[in-house]
Design a protein around this ligand. Structure first.
Ligand code: ADP
Length: 419
């Protein structure tokens, strides 16, 4: 029986979460979108990947409630709402509104928020989120094309998104262990605080939070806070021993990197990879006038389908220029649609290994490839596993990389790993 049902607000976030849960040897199913059939072949952890980070609030809430209803049918009694470790959200949501809607459905009066991911340099101290040594609002996230983060206090970010009070359980409490954290949560509950931001700067902190989370109907956060849960559930007798994961055959065929992320790390990854391979740069202004036909022709004309990169990745000034001319949403959509179409062309041309950079981008590409369930494979970098699935009857390998994840050599590392 499924011990926990998880909902992720984007596809890279979902693979990140599924990969970290699978580290423990627990079985994990990653469903792309809400399955339209009742649960069968369920795993210890069921993860549903949605693409609702920047959807209108009502739409995101409805979709997440439907996902929750499906997960409840697996028998799960604990749930997790996964969002980005940089708390990517718009002024309206969707982190808070979805959490509040899930709480109402589950009849629970308190949840917590912990996007910390220490292995990837995301930590929370006194309610403030840091990216490496920088405050979130001073990090490159301030220039994100869709969700620029200009405030670092998670309490301040969350307050306008929810209707009930927000409070903080700080590092000094977490450091004292699970009982102290439970007591702090209880005293906040007495003060009617429904939403508790919890500090974490290390994996030890996440272990403490995991122990508290294991007893709650709903937890929310980044993938890292869920990472200790399988072992905690095992100790509670809720989960069987780890099982060896089945070997998945790596599909033969060409490979492609599709990048629509403009995050600082992806910019460095593209800069490192482009000179080594055949590369094509997409320009949103050109896409608005001519569509993706030029890029398609270029892709089909490539003799070697071994080392191809197509990217829209650009620095903040260029992104701003395109957004001023086209509008933020249209610029983003043009790039996403082009990369999605190019993925379909690549599949038809025999490409079977896909590296995709960018959360929204991954959503668009995965949908275009018509994928509905992913098997989690080996981790390339913390939070980025290879996954295996079928598209149009073909076995494919797919990795979905969140903007700021992975080292500079990520693209070459990822493809090298399949050799
Ligand atoms: P990340 O994981 O880095 O946040 P996403 O794919 O989630 O990446 O978001 C990047 C967004 O920026 C996408 O909607 C993408 O289409 C858009 N985008 C990519 N390149 C450009 C560009 N050159 N100009 C404007 N928008 C762009």
């Amino acid at each position: 029986m499924t011990v926990m049902g998880c909902i992720a607000d984007d596809f890279t976030g979902a693979t990140d979460l599924a990969g970290l849960l699978a580290r423990s040897g627990a079985s994990v199913n990653l469903r792309i979108g809400i399955p339209d059939t009742s649960p069968v072949d369920t795993a210890d952890f069921e993860v549903i990947a949605l693409k609702c980070r920047t959807s209108p609030v009502e739409e995101a809430v409805t979709e997440c409630k439907t996902a929750l209803a499906w997960l409840q049918k697996t028998g799960a009694e604990r749930f997790f709402w996964k969002y980005c470790s940089t708390f990517d959200s718009t002024a309206e949501g969707n982190i808070g509104p979805v959490a509040e809607a899930l709480m109402a459905e589950l009849g629970t009066s308190q949840t917590f928020y912990c996007p910390a991911f220490p292995e990837n340099g995301r930590s929370i101290f006194m309610g403030h989120l840091f990216v490496g040594e920088q405050l979130l609002s001073e990090s490159p996230m301030k220039d994100h094309p869709l969700t620029p983060m200009r405030q670092s206090s998670l309490v301040a970010l969350l307050e306008p998104q929810v209707s009930k009070p927000v409070g903080l359980a700080n590092r000094l409490v977490v450091e004292q262990g699970a009982d102290a954290l439970r007591a702090r949560m209880a005293s906040l509950h007495d003060e009617n605080v429904a939403h508790v931001v919890i500090d974490a700067v290390s994996n030890d902190d996440l272990q403490v939070i995991g122990e508290v989370c294991a007893d709650m109907a709903l937890g929310t956060g980044g993938s890292a806070v869920a990472m200790p849960l399988p072992d905690i559930f095992r100790k509670k007798g809720l989960l069987g021993p780890p099982s060896a994961s089945a070997e998945t055959a790596v599909p033969h065929g060409g490979s492609i990197v599709l990048s629509g992320s403009c995050s600082a790390m992806t910019q460095a990854q593209v800069a490192a990879y482009a000179p080594e391979v055949m590369a094509f740069k997409l320009d949103p202004l050109d896409l608005a006038d001519n569509g993706a036909s030029l890029a398609k022709e270029w892709l089909l004309s490539q003799k070697s389908k071994a080392s191809i990169l197509i990217y829209a990745t650009a620095e903040p000034a260029k992104v701003k220029q395109a957004q001023e001319k086209l509008g933020v949403a249209r610029a983003g959509a043009l790039v996403e649609e082009a990369l999605a179409e190019l993925a379909q062309v690549a599949l038809k041309a025999g490409i079977r290994r896909f590296v995709v950079a960018g959360g929204e981008t991954s959503g668009a590409v995965t949908k275009a490839l018509g994928v509905d369930k992913l098997t989690i494979g080996q981790e390339i970098a913390p939070g980025v596993p290879w996954t295996f699935t079928k598209s149009d009857g073909h076995d494919i390998a797919l990795t979905l990389k969140s903007g700021n994840f992975g080292a500079e050599t990520f693209f070459a590392d990822a493809l090298g790993m399949l050799e």
